[in-house]
Design a protein around this ligand. Structure first.
Ligand code: SPD
Length: 370
């Protein structure tokens, strides 16, 4: 029998809503007691696509007698633009990456979390309770974390002995091993170029940014496509791309269909990131939002989430139930030597405009600096 039913203590009081609803007057589950009258019927979630096990959605819906409505996005920039254009009132929970939490917080678009409603926050590991973009989880709680790097098909490479753990496979034409894609994500792709050149992916230095732009412009004619992570994943699976710049879990999820697929964290270093749950200002149902966040932070739920997404869990209580193969995969949980070469993206403040200009010129086919 599912663990949830072992732990639920359902008050036997009459269901609310004149007997029409199955919802009990109060219930205690996932570490928190809540009155059924305290929250509404629908949770509105805004998140990355392919990032939530449908069985977890169904369990949350059954447990709290609610319906979950989900909208998806492919980049933080698309999510931020929608929230800035007045979308905050449409969503109860938004999943935002590290630097995007900073951007949303500075734009005053987030509500502080009510810690009394989130007993499972204690399950987060220290690194995610004291993350530099939101120390003390004032506005956000980590959902999953991962790394960015290169998905590779050694079985289709021009010469499999030339497959190396380096960004050179996409930035140096002499090291290419076949058609490749880059992420249609400004911070990730400009960040990868900066790292290959030996700079920080958070650089705010004009000369370094100009150098990265020149590298990306030189690379442009060789890029098969700049694509969102899901398209990159599919192009790797179909074999149209032999190398695909992408996120760890989305590459590893291809292995079920194509076991030869590898995920490589380049030796020059890369980006490590976290995606985090937050409640936008104007959220229709803050209480329900916090029930959802607390649910995801449950140890068993967090493990099921990682086993589904193939991304790393920030939840210490999840570790015993995570697939041991995932836990021991150093491309999912990099060792300390590799982590030392990786950086979280941060909000670059005023330099955001420079990144935007580079990206617009790159994607429009304009000349550098023009
Ligand atoms: N399938 C969902 C992938 C989510 C990846 N988040 C990446 C954030 C990188 N900044």
């Amino acid at each position: 029998m599912r663990r949830i039913w072992l732990t639920v203590i359902v008050a036997l009081a009459a269901a609310c809503g004149g007997g029409e609803s199955e919802r009990p007057a109060s219930l205690e589950v996932f570490g928190i007691r809540v009155a059924g009258a305290d929250y509404g019927q629908e949770l509105h979630l805004f998140t990355w696509s392919d990032y939530l096990d449908p069985e977890l959605v169904a369990e949350f819906e059954r447990t709290y007698d609610v319906t979950v409505r989900i909208d998806y996005y492919d980049t933080n920039e698309a999510m931020i633009a929608k929230l800035q254009a007045g979308g905050t009132g449409q969503y109860d929970v938004v999943v935002a990456s590290d630097y995007a939490v900073e951007v949303l917080r500075k734009a005053d678009l987030l509500l502080p979390l009510t810690h009394a409603n989130l007993p499972n926050l204690k399950n987060l590991s220290q690194r995610f309770r004291e993350a530099p973009f939101d120390p003390g989880n004032v506005y956000s709680a980590t959902y999953q974390w991962g790394t960015s790097g290169l998905g590779v098909r050694p079985d289709l490479a021009d010469d499999s002995t030339r497959v190396i753990d380096s960004w050179a496979m996409v930035f140096d034409s002499a090291s290419a091993v076949g058609p490749f894609t880059m992420l249609d994500d400004p911070r990730e792709t400009i960040g990868a170029a900066l790292i290959y050149l030996g700079h920080s992916p958070n650089s705010q230095d004009d000369a370094e940014l100009a150098e990265a732009e020149r590298l990306l412009m030189e690379q442009r004619s060789r890029v098969l496509t700049y694509s969102p992570f899901a398209t990159s994943r599919d192009l790797l699976a179909s074999g149209d791309a032999v190398v695909a710049h992408n996120y760890s879990g989305d590459v590893l999820s291809v292995q079920e269909e194509v076991p030869q697929v590898r995920f490589v964290i380049p030796r020059e270093g890369s980006i490590v990131w976290s995606d985090n749950m937050a409640v936008p200002k104007g959220a229709p149902d803050r209480r329900l939002a916090e029930l959802f966040i607390n649910y995801i932070l449950d140890g068993q739920v967090g493990a099921r989430l990682s086993n589904f997404t193939r991304y790393a869990s920030p939840n210490e209580a999840s570790v015993p139930a995570i697939d041991p193969e995932l836990l021991s995969d150093r491309s999912v949980y990099p060792d300390s030597a590799m982590l030392a070469k990786m950086e979280f993206l941060r909000d670059v403040g005023e330099a955001r405009a420079a990144y935007d200009r580079i990206w617009t010129r790159l994607r429009a086919g304009a000349t550098p600096g023009g």
